[in-house]
Structures are given as C-alpha cells and as structure tokens.
Design a binder for this molecule. Sequence first.
Ligand code: UDX
Length: 427
Amino acid sequence: MANIAVIGAGYVGLTVGASLAHLGHDVTIADIDETKVELLKAGKIPLFEIGLSELVADNVRNKNLKFVVGASNASSAAEFHFLCLPTPPNLDGSTDMGYFDSAINEIEKVMKPGSILVNKSTLPVGTAARLQDRINRNDIQVVSNPEFLSEGNALHDFLHPSRIVIGAASAETAARVAELYANIDAPVLITDTASAELIKHTSNAFLAMKLTFVNEIATLCELVGADIIDVAQGIGYDPRIGSSYLKPGPGWGGSCFPKDSASLLQTAQNAGFDFEFLEKAIKLNQEHLKRTAQKVLDVFPSLKEFQDGTIAVWGLTFKAGTDDLRSSPSLVVIEHLLDKGARICAYDPMVHELLPQLDGVTIANDPYAAVEGANALVILTEWEEFSTLNFEKIKKLMKSPTIIDARNILQRSEIEAYGFDYVGMGR
Ligand code: UDX
C-alpha cells in the first residue's frame, strides 16, 4: 500500500483522498485553509456528497486518513502527490493556474526522489508536460490521471469507474499509478499525458454538446407537436447513441461542463483551430437558458402582470443530490427573470440562506411556503421530493395555478387533473 499526499481538500480532493484510503492506502490530505483542516479533523465535512462523511470518518478511525495544513507537510513522506486543486476560469475561458503554481512552489523541494506527481484536477492540454519542465527534477515524473466524478455519485464513480485513464511519459510510471487502483475492476487506458488531458475535456464537452442537442430537439418537439420523452427513448435504444444524458432541462451547468467546454475552446484557439461546433453548442446553451426564462414570461398576459405577480421557484442547485450552486442553470434563469422585474420566492432542500448574487429573491423554508400567493411555479432542479408533494394543497395556496416544469419531473395528466396549467420541456 502506498503513502499518498492529496493536495487540496475540496470536493475532488476529499473524494479522492477518502476513496484511496478506503482502498487501503496511507493518505494525508493537505489544505491551506487552517479552519477547514480543523473542521475536517473534527469530522466535519464542509460540503455535501452522499456517503463522504461516513467514508472519511471510517478511514480516520482506521488511521488510513489524516489532515494537515500545508502541502509540504503531506508531500515530504509521500510516494504519490495527487494535485486536487481548484482551476477557476479566467475571463477569456483559459484556466487560472495560481493554486497549482503555489502548491508546486511549496512541494517541489520536499518531494522524495522517485515520487510521482499526479494531476487529478481537470487541466488544459499540455499542463503535465509544462509542469514536468517547470519542476526541473529528473527524479520526479508528472502524470495525468483525470477524475470522472459526477457530484452526488462521486464515491461510486471513483470506486466503480467506467475507466481509469493514466497519461504518463513512461510505461513504468503509468504502471506504478495503475497499481494504486489494483483493487478496482475497470478498464485501464494508458496514454501520453496530452491525450489523457484531452480525454477529460472531450468527455465533458461531448456530454455538454449531447445535452445541447437534446435541448434543441426538445424545442423542435414543441413546434411540431412531438414529445421529447418518447423521442429520447426512441433514439436511446440505439447503443450508438445511448440512453443517458438525454433529459432536456433548463440548460446545462455545474462546476465542470461550462468551465471545461470553455477551456477546451481556448485550447483549440491556442492551437490555431476554430472549434465552431463547440463554440456554437456553448452559445446555444446560453440561449436555451434564456428561452427557459421566456417560458415563464409567456404564461403572463403582459409584462406588467408579470411584474405585479410573484413567481415561485423550486430548485436552486445545478442538479439534484448536491448543494453546489456553481454555474447553476437555475440561478441563470432566475437572473433573467429578475432582469425583467420579477419578484421571486425560492425553495431548495439544500439552500437555506439568501444568496448574495440574487438580491431580491426570498428563500422559503419549505416548498409550500414558496408557492403561497404565487402566480406561477417554475421547477428548475429535479429534486425527487418535488414530484411527491400535495398538489391539491399547492393549488389552493397559489394565486393562479400554473406550473412550468423545466425538468419534466411531473406527470402532465396528473397535474392537469388537479386543475393546473402545465408547461413542460419539449412536450
Ligand atoms: C460532470 C461529469 O458528469 C463528470 O464525469 C465530470 O467529472 C464532472 O462533470 P457534474 O458536474 O457533477 O459531472 O454533473 P452532471 O451530472 O454530469 O450534470 C451536468 C449538467 O447537465 C447539470 O446541469 C445537469 O442537470 C445536466 N443534465 C444532465 C441534463 O440537463 N440532462 C441530463 O440528462 C443529464
């Protein structure tokens, strides 16, 4: 079993660190934030991910997992240094490498000869090669081993992955990293570092483009009188298309798809390639988010009536099963509505505070309180509880019974039977 340093106790670092410890490795997770490390030591996880606090607690108890302040305190004894650091986008879509640069500055002198630096975060193509040049140590190899973790399902994705991708300059280095995952049953693909980096970006951009395509077909369905649910099922039976990532929604978002698509576009531009296809998919998603807001406006006879009314919103997180609000489609749709002068009362099972970026939105404590006196209800995140509520009560609470179901989680016939006007996506 290996001694592993995980640098960064964010969403990826905690999932990777706890999972590697679960596989039996001796893992130390480092972070620069002293308060966060103290909380982690006390068993408090600063984010919501199903099963994560239990897995952390189990492995702290087994002494496979510890937390320290400062990367060098984790790296000095490690055979592997997993870099799980934030890679926020710059204004032009390129990646801000500030966190990486400071972590590397800190560990470059303490890393043991023969140890391996593993890039787990999503980094632009060419980063591993650049880091290899930068650290200027022939006894250290830099490897790209991208994560494919989906929030809400991250532990399962780590322990039962569809594939393990390892990009390394030598077969021997790749084999050492592969050995860390020996107990995981999944295909292992060994590539050069640039290909591994590109696999990660391409996976996310491809899924984002697939969703753009589905959302476009959903719009077409509305115009020609077809139902996207049937269309998606019909095409999904074809294994060449596949049945997942075919659900239309308000538009895609989250901490990865928008950032990674923009970064891939930037990579293409830097390489002198005009990646029009991807650029258009990103733009179409932004238009789709606006179109979702327009659906809400359209249920009001006039802008004045819209501005005089109240809109209830269910769902703020970028998808169900997470407390993550980063690039949430829901927030984008709400911003469009606020721009038109909307008054909004929102409910989300994971969000209990007023959001500074959404000045003017009231947060309700439960879904019923959110709809009280509302002229329309918009469902923007697919939380399961939304489909099991008392719609008779909801109808009584609302001023006018209109539901815009941007996630298609309700059954139109049932909802209409309660006397609601129902607007879905692509139906
Ligand atoms: C994604 C990738 O799935 C994961 O492999 C990668 O490592 C990180 O990025 P995540 O950001 O957690 O994971 O979200 P994901 O579940 O993929 O959803 C992304 C967006 O697509 C969300 O806004 C979601 O609501 C939307 N979506 C997804 C749909 O609108 N319809 C679908 O059918 C699936």
